[in-house]
Design a protein around this ligand. Sequence first.
Ligand code: GLA
Length: 383
Amino acid sequence: MNLSEFTHQFTELFSSHPRIFRAPGRVNLIGEHTDYNDGFVLPAAIAFSTYVAITPRPDRKLVIHSNEFREHFEFDLENFPARRMGAWCDYVLGVADVVGRQGFTLRGANILIHGEVPIGSGLSSSAAIEVAAALALLSLSATELPLPEIAQLCRRAENTFVGAQVGIMDQFVACLGKSAHAMLLDCRSLEFKLTPIPPHLSFVVCNTMVKHDHAASGYNVRRCESEEAVRFFSKHYPDVRALRDVSPEMLARHAKELTPTIFKRSTHVVQENLRTVEAARSLANNDLSRMKSLMHESHESLRDLYEVSCRELDIMVDCAQDLPGFCGGRMTGGGFGGCTINLVRTENAAEFASQIAERFRRATGIAPSVYVCSAEDGAREVF
Ligand code: GLA
């Protein structure tokens, strides 16, 4: 990202000198579809980021431009849209809406956005734009909120305004991720532990180029199925508030009383939570062979039990298996398309990237994008 060019662009558009805020995309190493079940996740922020440049306006308008999309939007803060417009500006509007509802001052603003996180690919471009926009909008009202609160505010925007019933993982790691570390996050208490990533490992992120949209895909359906499971278990065990509270023994005891679909979904979540906590331990102990097995089990469970993988993701996972330096891989993010995450020895990463791209292209006819990256810091103002 060339910051001086971005600043220059902003100055040309709005004749004023902006403050600029950045928030990153993320990969999730393991712990998929566990966050909205109050469970555990192990994500890391990555270098792909969204940048939001902002200056205040004397009137009550929000004027939003983007580098990636041609159309620009103007809104009157006194006459705010009540629901999503179905456009990229929804993420900014949603955040502005929640900022206002929570009683913080919203000022008119000029905004320019530059996004590097591939959209709809499971790397959480939505959380990146939400968090960068929240930091930018709040800076105009001189409000300093702790980062965990910013993460919650952004998640609320996505749930209520955009209409995707996502959990807290993406916004949280976009705010609080740390370079060279993954984050074991307890999505109930929001306590987290940073887990060092062995220094000889890189992330190789492989984009199947199959796009998803959480607000429209099976994501919200999975969420409802989890709630149905919780309603069942809480009748038998009043302390159960989320699938997080269901043990493998409880699940086995009631297997026959659940529909096959609800049984499969619950089994994934219960086992994925156990895998995630163990994976953080394995990574910290540099036990890469255990990490590899856990990532593989996670992918199979997402494919067969939670049913959120797709043909292209499964092929991408298969393509990685015997490549030199491969230390574990799986689909990452909500699924229905998007990316796989692979842990690869850094010395092999470039060769791995070119070989997996070639194998995938031969198997599917699709030319994938493959990115070699590492864990980076979370959101902040850039100068
Ligand atoms: C998306 C959501 C997250 C999480 C993952 C699945 O990325 O935004 O909250 O639920 O899917 O683990």
